[in-house]
Design a protein around this ligand. Structure first.
Ligand code: GDP
Ligand code: GDP
Length: 436
């Protein structure tokens, strides 16, 4: 079962880590007096009245100057809005609502996830709280607490439990992976959908999407749920002409936007074509996990090395997908279709992997010692610190003395080393360089 996630967000120093530590009942996050220390997100489980939930402290990166700091707060806010089922937004009651609090509140008012508003550092009745300024954030009644001393925390947890989405519902929504079957016309997308859906034991349901034609189908394979996105859109056009072909590729591009894992289908009888490469690069740019399926494997003459040669040609045409798993199959005969799903699981998990800051910095030390970055205009380039800021795709922030001085080939080296060390095959990666 997946636990609902509650993320604590807010400006630095409002007391997020203090609350996190109190709820964890053990010291995991670092609490620091000064803004300027670097911290990562911390995860833990919290429990209240028999209900367990996952808690994330987005204490986050605290950078050297104010603009970088606010950028980091922004990144953490976005992260929480995307990943958490409930957002605990904390401000410092003693300071009242600041301009930065208003910025965050504005974003929170727009999302359709429960937001619980917390005003911290109300340690004693004597603390003057400008309630009016808090109400002006437009987030309703503030829950006044003292994270340090515990006042109000029990009441706050009651509010959190009340607002948490129903776990049953949550489990179902969480368990299915959004999969898109994409490729140029005639590679066999409809045939594969029909093959998968045709096996009645797999089909769970078809749910109407947002537009009339976007019907998603949920299937169960090996006990796991998958949503095949936009399966109705795969119905075969009656006549195939230039324009129809173009439309069909565009449909693949739309499908990619909605998916978590793209299965790029190519035709064994045709080899890799320009349109395949175009779709592949779109998958990479959209940051989606990917599996390549070579379809119509039944229709070609196979000798020793046929498969290897095809895999090689995929890697050459799309070097940015060289880490992606490749499977040969036949939608027509059903050969190996079921084997596609464990690959989907693998790349999906890779795309959601979280690597701790500790592991990343051990990694950074090892790989830069093994091969130091090349000089930039005669000056030393020093990568000092690395942390992960996002998943889907895994995104890393690397602090460096000269962000523009990290050579392209060195960036690729880092990426390849990350893939090898942490098993990140099948998902795009992003490494961002920031000035230390
Ligand atoms: P974060 O950056 O939001 O995670 O903030 P921290 O949890 O690191 O807290 C920042 C500072 O505020 C620390 O010095 C805490 O001891 C202090 N602090 C946190 N909660 C309270 C509180 O309820 N009352 C008071 N007086 N100080 C608090
Ligand atoms: P789509 O345009 O990508 O949806 O492709 P279709 O599923 O309509 O398939 C195009 C043509 O390829 C049809 O004639 C299919 O019968 C054929 N086809 C699809 N999959 C296979 C396969 O695995 N083997 C063979 N031999 N033919 C296939």
């Amino acid at each position: 079962m997946t636990l609902p996630t509650v993320a604590i967000i807010g400006r630095p120093n409002v007391g997020k880590s203090t609350l996190f530590n109190r709820l964890m009942q053990r010291q995991e996050a670092i609490v620091n007096e000064t803004a300027g220390v670097t911290r990562d997100r911390h995860y833990g489980e919290a429990e209240w009245l028999g209900q367990t939930f996952r808690l994330v402290d987005t204490g986050g990166i605290v950078a050297e100057d104010m603009s970088e700091l606010m950028e980091a707060v922004q990144a953490q806010t976005e992260y929480a809005m995307a990943e958490a089922q409930l957002i605990l937004f904390m401000i410092n009651a003693r300071e009242g609502a600041t301009a930065a609090d208003h910025d965050i509140a504005m974003q929170l008012r727009k999302i359709d996830k429960p937001v619980v508003f917390v005003a911290n550092k109300v340690d004693a009745a004597e603390v003057e709280v400008d309630l009016e300024s808090l109400y002006r954030l437009g987030l309703g009644e503030p829950n006044l607490i003292s994270a340090e001393h515990g006042q109000g925390v029990g009441d706050l947890l009651d509010v959190v439990l009340e607002a948490l989405p129903d776990t049953g519902q949550f489990e179902e929504a969480e368990a299915s992976v959004q999969v898109a079957l994409v490729g140029r016309p005639n590679v066999g997308k409809s045939s594969l959908v029909n093959r998968i859906l045709g096996e009645q034991r797999h089909l769970v349901d078809a749910t109407p999407g947002t537009t009339r034609d976007a019907i998603d189908s949920r299937v169960r394979v090996n006990k796991r749920l998958y949503t095949l996105v936009d399966t109705a859109g795969m119905r075969k056009p009656r006549r195939i002409g230039e324009t129809l072909e173009k439309t069909t590729v565009d449909v693949s591009l739309k499908r990619i936007q909605r998916c978590e894992v793209a299965v790029l289908m190519v035709d064994a009888t045709d080899g890799i074509r320009d349109q395949d490469v175009r779709i592949a690069s779109y998958i990479e740019r959209q940051g989606k996990a990917c599996v390549v399926a070579i379809n119509k494997w039944d229709a070609i003459d196979k000798k020793d090395g046929t498969y290897e040669a095809f895999v090689q040609s995929v890697a050459e045409a799309t070097p940015f997908l060289s880490h992606v798993p490749v499977i040969s199959l036949s939608a027509l005969s059903g050969q190996r279709v079921v084997k596609l799903f464990p690959l989907i699981d693998t790349v999906f998990e890779a795309s959601r992997q979280r690597i701790s800051t500790g592991q990343l910095n051990d990694f950074l030390k090892t790989v830069t010692e093994r091969r130091p970055p090349p000089l930039y205009r005669g000056k030393v380039v020093k990568l000092s610190f690395m942390l992960q800021t996002y998943v889907q795709p895994p995104t890393f922030l690397c602090f460096v003395n000269r962000p523009t001085g990290v050579a392209q080939h060195y960036q690729r080296y880092l990426e390849n080393q990350l893939r090898q060390t942490f098993g990140l095959a099948g998902t795009p990666l992003r490494i961002q360089f920031r000035k230390k």
